[in-house]
Design a protein around this ligand. Structure first.
Ligand code: FAD
Length: 466
């Protein structure tokens, strides 16, 4: 029997911790070197509440790790997008057909800690406060620095980099043998702000005439303030707060982060563009002036691995922009695929790493493209009549011929169909919807029977869903 190799993981974030747990569950000896201190002791990101949307792909990976129920207990259900227009009106656009098709807002910190606990319980050894600084691939040794900058060397097993978009392992691999790296900056940045729980906002909410239990806004929705070239979003947290994220061009004419140098200008901009929102963010000045502007890029690599010695996963291999809420979900899918491949052929890492890239890269490229497209959809199209007509027609067809039509968002968010399939099928469906609406822009008078026939005769049925 082939002996399982020792695995050395760099990065104990969301993907690293889940991968470590899955590998340990399959009998591998796993050690993880993580740059930051143990968040369970040190507190996560200075205590700020930052959240992410968890969807079916991520949930499926958590199910396979036996962790889905624990995570869902700490999550807030989001049924759809609550779109807030400039006049202060809002309307819910449901994501799926019913409450079986929802996404979940989870705290990044709480999720990471839960995954660290689970990995440790499965036998993984973590070394916190250990930052990878260099790799000697020939001697299978790495150099690590602690928080004080003191360096030491360490022998390693199979090296797997889950150290995020700025991966140090990727830089070391690239220096050893170029990976064909391309990083495409979006040119837009983001800043996080916080709406506290309703009791902290009692006076404001009374003025606004609202009392919504612990939450200042509808809790079971992802809120969007789409404004064409930019937007704000807000996701609920279990304790009653919301994390608000402002996405804006980084540079250039107003509005951009460059045109809003401080909270005074930003508050005036909010009052004008996002009516009602400013009064829900009592620490606006503090948040705006202290929280950094994050940058957003898409990472493309020709190679994800160095023969059988080192491999990149998650954001380290394929960081994407966050507008489909799929970066973590995609990274979680990676963990199941990789753990299964390694468990099936533990002695052949070169073959496993190559197969992992072969299977996952077309899907990573597809979700990268869809995430970029979704920025335009979120900040602009959700308020556009043509988009809404297409959405309505799509919903009618999905109800009429469910084996032949499914909205791309649903394929990405609520199924396990490969991302590459969702991209291609979505484009084919979109062409047909455009054709139908060109012929008749009024959805109410479109002959749905004839439209359904056109789709059925043009496109093969959707694959069976697992
Ligand atoms: P990371 O989470 O970046 O973790 C990397 C880990 O490696 C960290 O713990 C880091 O400390 C450690 N590390 C870094 N360098 C070193 C080193 N030299 N040595 C040792 N350790 C190191 N995804 C979703 O699915 N849904 C969402 O709603 C969503 N929203 C997002 C919103 C924003 C604003 C952004 C920026 C991203 C969002 N994402 C979302 C994407 C998601 O955050 C990432 O895809 C996910 O965090 C990737 O996990 P990871 O473990 O690969 O990388």
């Amino acid at each position: 029997m082939t002996q399982s190799p020792r695995i050395t993981l760099i990065g104990g974030g969301l993907v690293g911790a889940l991968l470590a747990q899955q590998l340990a569950q399959r009998g591998f000896a796993v050690e993880v070197f993580e740059k930051r201190p143990d968040p369970r002791l040190a507190g996560f990101l200075g205590g700020r509440s930052i959240n992410l949307a968890l969807a079916e792909r991520g949930l499926q990976a958590l199910r396979s790790a036996g962790l889905a129920d624990d995570v869902l207990q700490r999550a807030v259900m989001m049924r759809g997008r609550m779109v807030h227009d400039r006049d202060g009106h809002s309307a819910l656009q449901r994501y799926g057909v019913d409450d079986s098709e929802v996404i979940w807002s989870v705290s990044r910190g709480a999720l990471n800690m839960l995954l660290l606990d689970a990995a440790e319980a499965a036998g993984v050894t973590f070394h916190f406060g250990q930052s990878l600084v260099a790799v000697d691939f020939e001697r299978q040794r790495i150099r690590l620095a602690d928080a004080a900058g003191v360096e030491r060397e360490q022998t390693v097993g199979l090296l797997i980099g889950a150290d995020g978009a700025g991966s140090a392992l990727r830089a070391a691999m690239n220096a050893h043998a170029p990976l064909g790296e391309r990083i495409e900056a979006l040119g837009h940045g983001y800043k996080e702000l916080e709406i506290p729980p309703a009791d902290e906002l009692a006076a404001t909410l009374q003025q606004l005439g609202g009392g919504r239990d612990q939450y200042a806004l509808e809790p079971h929705a992802l809120h969007i303030w789409p404004r064409g070239g930019y937007m704000c979003i807000a996701l609920p947290n279990t304790e009653g707060s919301f994390t608000v994220t402002l996405f804006l061009p980084a540079q250039g004419a107003a509005p951009s982060f460059a045109s809003l140098p401080g909270s005074t200008a930003a508050a005036a901009f909010f009052s004008e563009q996002f009516p009602g929102l400013l009064s829900l963010i009592p620490r606006f000045a503090e948040d705006f002036d202290h929280n950094p502007v994050g940058t957003l890029s898409t990472l493309y690599l020709d190679r994800w691995h160095l023969d059988g010695r080192a491999l990149l996963v998650g954001d380290a291999a394929h960081a994407i922009v966050p507008f489909h809420g799929q970066g973590m979900n995609c990274g979680f899918e990676d963990t199941v695929v990789l753990a299964n491949l390694l468990a099936a052929a533990p002695g052949d890492s070169a073959e496993v790493f190559a197969e992992f890239q072969r299977v996952r890269q077309p899907n990573a490229d597809a979700i990268a493209a869809m995430a970029l497209e979704n920025y335009v959809e979120m900040r602009d199209s959700v308020a556009d009549p043509h988009y809404l007509a297409k959405r309505e027609l799509g919903a009618l067809l999905a109800a009429r011929i469910p084996a032949h039509y499914m909205a791309r968002y649903r394929m990405v968010t609520f199924t396990h169909l490969p991302y590459a399939y969702a991209l291609e099928r979505g484009r084919a469906q979109d062409r047909l919807l455009e054709q139908l609406l060109r012929e008749n822009p009024d959805v109410a008078t479109i002959d749905i029977e004839a439209a359904a026939q056109l789709l059925v005769s043009t496109l093969p049925p959707l694959p069976a869903l697992r």
